[in-house]
Design a protein around this ligand. Structure first.
Ligand SMILES: CC(=O)SCCNC(=O)CCNC(=O)[C@H](O)C(C)(C)COP(=O)(O)OP(=O)(O)OC[C@H]1O[C@@H](n2cnc3c(N)ncnc32)[C@H](O)[C@@H]1OP(=O)(O)O
Ligand SMILES: O=C([O-])CC(=O)C(=O)O
Length: 414
């Protein structure tokens, strides 16, 4: 594969650090200190190919996303989160028997150890659920006797448990933080339906469960996004699954990545009413401030997932009378596309997801944990795929600091 920098050996990521002995892929030599200039820096690793993957394809100019070659729209319309998760883990569409066995395996693993439930019950009130999730995943690793095993079979078994248990953990965090009893999982509901049940204590309608399932499908994987890359970077040191996923949760949490869905809702609350949306956005753009839920490193056109989510948000809005949120988003989308669409800034997946969750009665602090609930499948599948032909990830930086300095004793320093 031309252009792939295995292990990120020669990619310079930023303008600080030392470049001694540059490498050019496998089989390169070490030698004299290498002088490099900042023109070689791939800031943000934009466009850098560091591995091969058979899972997800994205064409950012045309707004195309496929998993295993199948368009995201088809996954959303015809599939389920359970099926896509298995397909990503196996790298192929499952048979009916394989899917039924996987579904049974997920259900059998829904319950989390009581020791973790106790930890969740005693977490400080008012923490962000992503902080709580990060701690819970790490703690789950302490309770898993298989945690330290890094064979492909072990990574896969742990993945199935984590895919099943993220749902229980996130719902339990919500219940505990709200001072309610924690709801045990039910085995007769789908993954999506059971999550909504554990979150609210009420069985969702079939329509609600299906809508939520579609949202999970849309978020399950997305190539080498920041959190998947983080999981892979951790895995590349041959670290364990719980460490990979704990670091991925931390990366997803930030507002430039998964945290943007909650930030969009903050923005909608700040705008207040649809008539104020255009002036609000224009003001922000004039002040060179970023608008949350728009723009993407890869998509320079509409993120196809945002189109699917917008369509569902619109169906709900038309049925129940257009919500304030939906109307504000419509105006923001139009204003952004008119003003900066020419720069390739369009709505991303985080733009409409919050309205869908909010229509399902979910609080905004849970939007990013729900992203994690879905992305756990992509993280696990990507770690397993990468570690099959592992190479330590270790990029480089152009050194822009001083050279040939003398150590000045502390007492002589000015
Ligand atoms: C699930 C996900 O992770 S999807 C992304 C979720 N994140 C967000 O929604 C946060 C808002 N968006 C952003 O901050 C960015 O678009 C990112 C971080 C997603 C991608 O950023 P990058 O690829 O690094 O683009 P970068 O920040 O360099 O921006 C390029 C140009 O577009 C502009 N731009 C990018 N995003 C936005 C935005 N959201 N609002 C306004 N302008 C923007 C920048 O100001 C810059 O303009 P300039 O060239 O005139 O200086
Ligand atoms: O791919 C990215 O950079 C971010 C994204 O949309 C995702 O992770 O779903």
């Amino acid at each position: 594969m031309a252009g792939i920098v295995g292990g990120l050996g020669t990619v310079l990521v930023t303008g600080a650090g030392t470049v001694w002995g540059a490498r050019s892929g496998r089989g390169r030599c070490y030698g004299e200190p290498t002088m490099t200039n900042t023109a070689n820096v791939a800031k943000g690793l934009e466009g850098v190919l560091f591995t091969e993957s058979k899972l997800t394809f994205i064409n950012g100019t045309e707004g195309i996303l496929t998993h295993l070659g199948i368009p995201i729209q088809d996954w959303a319309e015809h599939s389920t989160f359970e099926e896509l998760s298995l397909a990503l883990l196996n790298g192929k569409l499952p048979t009916a028997a394989e899917l039924a066995a996987f579904d049974a395996e997920l259900k059998a693993n829904r319950a989390v150890p009581e020791a973790l439930v106790e930890i969740i019950r005693h977490m400080p009130r008012g923490v962000h659920p992503m902080q709580a999730l990060r701690t819970a995943v790490s703690y789950l690793g302490l309770l898993d006797p298989q945690a330290e095993q890094t064979t492909e079979d072990a990574r896969r078994a742990i993945s199935v448990r984590m895919i099943a248990q993220f749902s229980t953990i996130i719902a339990a965090i919500n219940r505990a933080q709200e001072g309610h009893d924690i709801v045990a999982p039910r085995m007769d509901l789908t993954h999506a339906g059971n999550f909504l049940y554990m979150l609210t204590g009420k069985e969702p309608t079939e329509e609600q469960a299906r809508l939520f399932d579609i949202a999970l499908v849309l978020h399950a994987d997305h190539g080498m996004n920041a959190s998947t890359f983080t999981a892979i970077a951790t895995a590349s040191t041959l670290s364990d699954m719980y460490s990979c996923i704990t670091s991925a949760v931390g990366a997803l949490k930030g507002p430039l990545h998964g945290g943007a869905n909650e930030a969009v809702m903050d923005m909608l609350d700040e705008v207040g009413t649809p008539d104020k949306a255009e002036a609000y956005i224009t003001g922000k753009l004039d002040r060179k401030e970023k608008i949350m839920g728009v723009g993407h490193r890869v998509y320079k056109y509409f993120d196809p997932r945002s189109r699917v989510l917008r369509d569902y948000a619109e169906v709900v809005a038309n049925k129940e009378g257009k919500s304030n949120y939906y109307q504000i988003l419509e105006t923001i989308e139009k204003t952004v596309v008119d003003r900066i669409g020419s720069k390739g800034i369009y709505p991303n997946v985080d733009f409409y997801s919050g309205t869908v969750y909010s229509d399902l009665g979910i609080r905004k602090e849970y939007f990013t944990p729900i992203f994690a609930l879905a992305r756990i499948s992509g993280w696990c599948a990507s770690v397993i795929e990468y570690t099959r032909d592992n190479r330590l990830l270790r990029p480089d930086a152009v050194y822009t600091g001083e050279r040939d300095q003398k150590y000045v004793p502390l007492q002589e320093r000015q």
